[in-house]
Ligand binder design. Structure first.
Ligand SMILES: Nc1ncnc2c1ncn2[C@@H]1O[C@H](COP(=O)(O)OP(=O)(O)OP(=O)(O)O)[C@@H](O)[C@H]1O
Length: 367
């Protein structure tokens, strides 16, 4: 099963032209600046907007001519949008009920989903008696209780405070991975949410697709200036451990784990090129084993006011032009990279493996 969409939409002077596929069981993240067309894309999928031309299929089922309620879509936005006069359990029961299930059956389904999102204890409360994070938990249950073919997530963490966001992200990781029959589209401003939740990303700019591919590859080696600005991050894949991340070849990258990066689970160490210090290695000093990586210079590229140094380890560092001159850096020179552990965040990685930066290889993209 697969969601396939080709959409052409006109809104005033704005034109959206996009096509993509989302295999069932996977998540596609849509990234893009304000006004790039992310909401227009979701509105076209859900049927709330009428594109000039749309071909949208889930498997053999044609969705583009169906009204919104007949498209089997679950929607989770940044506002939980719970009905204030209904109890939590009846809010969740609303989804199966509107699909024709009976009252008792719908409540049973609702209780099952509330248990799934650890919200059973709120079942009899009214939405006004919930915190933002609790309400969003309930909204996740409601979006899934209708067993939609297609789940649309519209900035689901954007309105949550920093303590609540990792819990909801962790919950989404769990429930998104569990269903292999559903396709999910996630709209987000935050490349790290894409990293944690999405198998593939599509980057929109001005209504056009400017970049697409497996999440880690696009974020680690962006091909467009826009993606480089929002991402352009150093990413090292491995497994979350107490002190940070352990790579496949056994190296420890010391860093700070986010609350939802579970020990022993796939993770990615993320840090900006600006937090990498570069030293020549000609002194042959062994260096501390922590976050010191021996490699050589692959390329030097101007990047706004700084020079971005790319290395054969697939990692980037930003330096001032003066530092590049002082260190006599040029392609082929051996260097040591020193990454301060407090600038490294260890993030959960989307479950399905994709080729990514390793410390030995480069970050080249496939396809
Ligand atoms: N009702 C409308 N009439 C005309 N133009 C519109 C309308 N709504 C949105 N637009 C235009 O469509 C373009 C895409 O908007 P859209 O909301 O899809 O972008 P977005 O990527 O979701 O932005 P944001 O990140 O700010 O939510 C924008 O240039 C916007 O000005």
């Amino acid at each position: 099963m697969m969601l396939r969409a080709e959409i052409e939409l006109t809104r005033g002077a704005f034109e959206l032209t996009v096509d993509f596929e989302v295999p069932a069981g996977t998540v596609l993240a849509i990234l893009g600046p304000n006004g790039s067309g992310k909401s227009s894309l979701l509105g076209s999928l859900s049927g709330l907007l009428r594109p000039r031309r749309a071909r949208i299929f889930f498997g053999d089922k044609e969705l583009h001519d169906l009204p919104p309620h007949a498209r089997s879509i679950g929607l989770l936005s940044q506002d939980p949008l719970l009905f204030p006069h209904l109890s939590v359990v009846d809010n969740v029961a609303f989804a199966p009920r509107s699909k024709g299930a009976g009252r008792a059956g719908s409540r049973e389904v609702a209780r099952r989903w509330l248990a799934e999102v650890d919200a059973m204890e709120f079942a009899d409360r009214k939405p006004a008696q919930l915190s933002g994070g609790q309400a969003q938990r309930v909204a996740v249950a409601r979006a899934l209780a209708g067993e939609p073919d297609l789940l649309l997530l519209d900035e689901p963490m954007a309105a949550l405070d920093v303590d609540a966001a990792p819990a909801i992200r962790g919950l989404l990781r769990r429930v998104l991975g569990a269903n292999k029959d559903r396709a999910t589209v996630l709209v987000t401003h935050d490349p790290l949410d894409a990293l944690a939740l999405a198998d593939h990303v599509l980057v929109l700019s001005g209504g056009q697709v400017v970049e697409r591919g497996p999440t880690r590859e696009v974020l680690a080696a962006p091909r467009t200036a826009f993606t480089a600005r929002i991402a352009g991050l150093n990413l090292i894949a491995g497994t979350a451990v107490e002190d940070g991340l352990r790579t496949e070849d056994g190296r420890l990258i010391a860093g700070l784990r986010t609350a939802d990066a579970t020990l022993g689970e796939p993770a990615v160490a993320v840090f900006a090129p600006s937090s990498v210090a570069v030293y020549p290695v000609e002194d042959g000093r062994p260096g501390s084993p922590r976050n010191i990586i021996a490699t050589s210079v692959a390329a030097l590229e101007p990047h706004g006011p700084v020079i971005r140094l790319r290395t054969d380890a697939g990692l980037a560092a930003d330096l001032t032009p003066a530092a590049v001159a002082d260190l006599r850096l040029e392609p082929g020179i051996a260097v040591r990279l020193d990454i301060k552990a407090t600038t490294v965040t260890v993030y959960p990685a989307a479950a399905s493996p994709s080729p990514t930066t390793t410390l030995n290889g480069d970050a080249s993209r496939h396809g």
